[in-house]
Design a protein around this ligand. Structure first.
Ligand code: FAD
Length: 364
C-alpha cells in the first residue's frame, strides 16, 4: 500500500505544476480537485465507515503543509474542505453523517459560511442572516462573504440567526440550490480557492439539517474552527518552508562584490534565524495536532496560528528581500508567497483574536 506521505508528495507535485496558472487566473482547478478526491485526500478526516481514510489532525496538517509549499490557494481550499468534514464528524448525527460525509469524501466540495459583510471577528453580533422557521423547514435570507470554496461548493455549513444574542445562532447544512447566488471575489493571495460572496434568497432547509440543535451554532462554529486552526497553521508553515528553500537557492546562486550573497554573514544570519523559527513552529504545530486528536486544543491551536502567521510573513519578507529587485515582479513564486502569507494572519480568526484567546487563558 502506498504511504500517506508519498500520496501527498505526489499530489503536491501535480499541484506545483499548475500553481502559477491558478494564481494568475484565480480559478479553482477542477482537475486538481478531482485528483484530491481520487486520492481520498478530501476524506483525510472522514471515518473509514463513511468511506474515508479515518486519519487525524497530524495527517491533515501534513497534507496542509505539503500543499502550502506549492499553492496557498489549493492548500486553503483543502483545509476548509477538511474542516467541513470535521464539522460533520464532530457534530453530525448518524443520519447526517451517512447522507453527507460520503459525498464530501468522494465528489462534493464543502464550504463553511460564518463571516458576513458586518464582520467576522465578533460573529455573535455580526451575524444577521435570518433563518425563519416555517413548518418543518427554515427559510434562509441573508449574505455571507469571504467564503472559501464557495464558487464550486455543493454542501455549505451556514451559521444563521434564529434568535437573539450568541444563543440565537444555529448551524445549518445547506445544499447548493437555485436560491443561492455566488459572486466570485478577487483576492490578492490564496488565489484559486473559490473565495466568494454568497447570497441566500428564500433558501428552504429541512429541520433535520440543523447541526446539534437550534441555538447551538456558536458551539458548532467555535468547536470546528478551534482544532482546524492546527492544519491551517501547518499551511502557513509550508509557505514559510518554501520561502526558506527559495531564499537558500537564490543566495547560493546570486553573486555580489565578487562572491555568492550566501557568503555574506548578514544573509547567513537571516537564514539561520528563519530556519530556527520554522523548526520551533513545526514542533508546536505537530504537538498540538497530536493532542487535538483526543483533547481540546483551543489555546494551543491559537498559538500555532499566531506563530505560523509570524513565521510565514517573516519568511515571505526574507525571500523577497533576497531576490532583490526581482523579488517584487508580480506572479513570481516569491511574490505569490508574499501575498499568500498575509492571509495566515486573517482567515479563520485574526492574529488579534488568537492573542485574545491566549491571553484570556493565562489571565484566569
Ligand atoms: C482568504 C480568506 C478566506 C476566508 N474564508 C472564510 C470562510 O471560508 N468562511 C468564513 O466564514 N469566513 C472566511 N473568511 C473570513 C475571515 O474569517 C474574517 O476575515 C476574519 O475572521 C476577520 O473578520 P473581518 O474581515 O470581518 O475583520 P473585522 O472583524 O472587521 O476586524 C478588523 C480588524 O479589527 C481587529 N479586531 C476586531 N476585534 C478586535 C478586538 N476585540 N481586539 C483587537 N482587535 C480587534 C481584527 O483583528 C482586524 O485586524 C476568510 C477570509 C479570508 C481573508
Amino acid at each position: 500500500m502506498v504511504k500517506f506521505e508519498e500520496i501527498i508528495k505526489d499530489v503536491a507535485k501535480f499541484v506545483a505544476a499548475k500553481a502559477g496558472e491558478i494564481d494568475k487566473n484565480n480559478e479553482m482547478d477542477r482537475s486538481i480537485i478531482k485528483k484530491l478526491f481520487d486520492k481520498m485526500l478530501m476524506g483525510t478526516l472522514t471515518p473509514e465507515q463513511y468511506g474515508g481514510l479515518g486519519k487525524g489532525y497530524v495527517e491533515a496538517s501534513m497534507l496542509a503543509e505539503e500543499l502550502g509549499k506549492v499553492s496557498g490557494g489549493i492548500a486553503h481550499s483543502v483545509v476548509v474542505h477538511n474542516m467541513v468534514v470535521d464539522a460533520f464528524r464532530r457534530f453530525g448525527n448518524d443520519e447526517q453523517k451517512r447522507k453527507y460525509l460520503k459525498k464530501l469524501t468522494s465528489e462534493h466540495l464543502g464550504a463553511i459560511a460564518i463571516t458576513e459583510p458586518t464582520g467576522g471577528s465578533d460573529v455573535a453580533s455580526a451575524i444577521k442572516l435570518k433563518a425563519e422557521r416555517r413548518g418543518d423547514s427554515y427559510v434562509l435570507n441573508g449574505v455571507k462573504t469571504l467564503i472559501t470554496n464557495s464558487t464550486l461548493a455543493e454542501i455549505f455549513i451556514v451559521v444563521g440567526r434564529t434568535g437573539e444574542s450568541a444563543k440565537g445562532l444555529t448551524a445549518f447544512i445547506v445544499e447548493r440550490s437555485d436560491g443561492i447566488e455566488i459572486v466570485k471575489l478577487n483576492p490578492s493571495g490564496m488565489r484559486g480557492s473559490g473565495l466568494g460572496t454568497v447570497r441566500f434568497r428564500d433558501v428552504e432547509v429541512p429541520v433535520q439539517n440543523i447541526l446539534v440543535g437550534e441555538g447551538k451554532g456558536m458551539r458548532v462554529a467555535l468547536g470546528t474552527l478551534a482544532p482546524n486552526r492546527v492544519p491551517f497553521a501547518a499551511m502557513g508553515l509550508g509557505i514559510a518552508e518554501n520561502c526558506l528553500e527559495m531564499a537558500i537557492n537564490r543566495a547560493k546562486k546570486r553573486e555580489a562584490f565578487g562572491q555568492r550573497i550566501a557568503d555574506f554573514q548578514a544573509i547567513q544570519f537571516m537564514l539561520a534565524e528563519l530556519a530556527t523559527d520554522i523548526e520551533s513552529t513545526r514542533s508546536l504545530i505537530y504537538r498540538a495536532a497530536e493532542i487535538a486528536n483526543t483533547d481540546d486544543v483551543t489555546v494551543l491551536a491559537a498559538m500555532c496560528k499566531l506563530k505560523s502567521a509570524e513565521v510565514a510573513k517573516k519568511a515571505a519578507d526574507l525571500v523577497v528581500e533576497i531576490h532583490g529587485g526581482y523579488g517584487i515582479i508580480a506572479g513570481t513564486p516569491a511574490d505569490r508567497a508574499y501575498r499568500d502569507a498575509k492571509i495566515i494572519d486573517i482567515a479563520e480568526g485574526t492574529s488579534e483574536m488568537m492573542k485574545l484567546i491566549i491571553s484570556r487563558s493565562i489571565l484566569v
